[in-house]
Design a binder for this molecule. Structure first.
Ligand code: ADP
Ligand code: MG
Length: 316
């Protein structure tokens, strides 16, 4: 199969918001007046971000989903993506499944694949995503204020627990096993939440490297500290019942791959955020508050935890 047949068969689909898509030297898109273009890229490397034998469908879904999650964190509406892919060989069974997973995510979030690049090499996926946000309304990391509530969406730690199982560090049983593997392979980016938080949240980030590490980015950008309590972080039953275990605490605080939104908001937004939680049918937990002192303090049963590992760092 030639490179061009491969692109036509696996990476060319109808588009909805695009003037010129796959097939020319560049794609053409139009950004509506009064909107800014939000742009982000994420690369996934086999052996680093996923196992070589991970299901191709979930690699496809997740490679786009992690990018969509960055749009959610900015309060942007994702619309367009490009896909640069290096493949060690043309394996049509793999490509068909990968493409199915990728376009399932694209369809779920109404995103056009508008171009990319295809080369031979160690399995690597580099995706750029673009979305729209009304000018000046994006939720940045540097907007947190002293005394803001700190909130997190969804259940934290499940993906890291699933990974620990696949690495043989823990032996999970059903139903926790399926729940955690699904959290690892098929994260749901919180786009509706991100859009709804415009004008409510002062700052926002998506949790990819670990709750503590990602919160630290907000705190550094906003020149603040925070106090959190571990028991207020919403998590799966298995994690909740093992909350005294140091490894489980690490999963929740430093595991990463959650793709939930971590955000700060003024206390007067509490009712509004609780309402949002029931509207979206998504748990939103109030886990702490920001402080003028620059440290991040995490307590469990009133005792201060000693956090040794904050999150994932490729070079750390
Ligand atoms: P060029 O030689 O100009 O770089 P290519 O031959 O690499 O163009 O690609 C041909 C067309 O297919 C371009 O429009 C490019 O954006 C698109 N394309 C290439 N690879 C992919 C891919 N993996 N997914 C989507 N579109 C792709
Ligand atoms: Mg090219």
């Amino acid at each position: 199969m030639s490179e061009f047949n491969l692109i036509a068969k696996y990476f060319t689909r109808n588009t909805k918001h695009t003037d010129l898509s796959v097939g020319d030297d560049a794609a053409l898109i139009r950004v509506a007046q009064g909107r800014q273009l939000a742009i982000s890229a994420d690369m996934l490397v086999a052996g680093t971000h996923f196992f070589h034998d991970a299901p191709a469908y979930s690699i496809g879904w997740k490679s786009l989903a992690v990018n969509v999650s960055d749009m959610a964190a900015m309060g942007a509406l994702p619309k367009w993506a490009t896909l640069a892919i290096a493949l060690p060989e043309v394996n049509e069974t793999w490509l068909a499944e990968f493409s199915k997973g990728f376009f399932a995510c694209a369809q779920a979030f109404d995103i056009d694949l508008i171009g990319g690049d295809t080369t031979k090499g160690p399995l690597t996926l580099s995706i750029q995503i673009m979305g729209e946000v009304p000018t000046g309304k994006a939720i940045q990391r540097n907007g947190a204020q002293i005394g803001d509530d700190v909130w997190v969406s969804g259940l934290i730690g499940s993906a890291a627990l699933g990974l620990a199982h696949l690495q043989g560090k823990i032996a999970l049983t059903e139903p926790t096993l399926s729940y955690c593997i699904n959290a690892l392979n098929a994260p749901t980016p919180r786009v509706a939440l991100g859009l709804a938080l415009r004008g409510i949240a002062n700052s926002c980030i998506d949790i990819s490297d670990g709750l503590t590490a990602d919160l630290s980015h907000i705190l550094k950008a906003s020149n603040l500290g925070a106090k959190l309590s571990l028991e207020n972080i919403n998590c799966d039953d298995y994690l909740r019942t093992h909350l005294n275990d140091n490894n489980i605490q690490q999963c929740i605080l430093a595991g990463g791959d959650d793709y939930e939104l971590l955000f700060t908001a003024p206390k007067l937004q509490r009712d509004c955020i609780h309402q949002l939680s029931s509207q979206l049918q998504l748990p939103l937990s109030l886990i702490g508050e920001t402080t003028p002192q620059l440290d991040l303090i995490i307590t469990h049963c009133q005792k201060i935890l000693n956090i040794t590992k904050k999150g994932f760092d490729h070079f750390g």
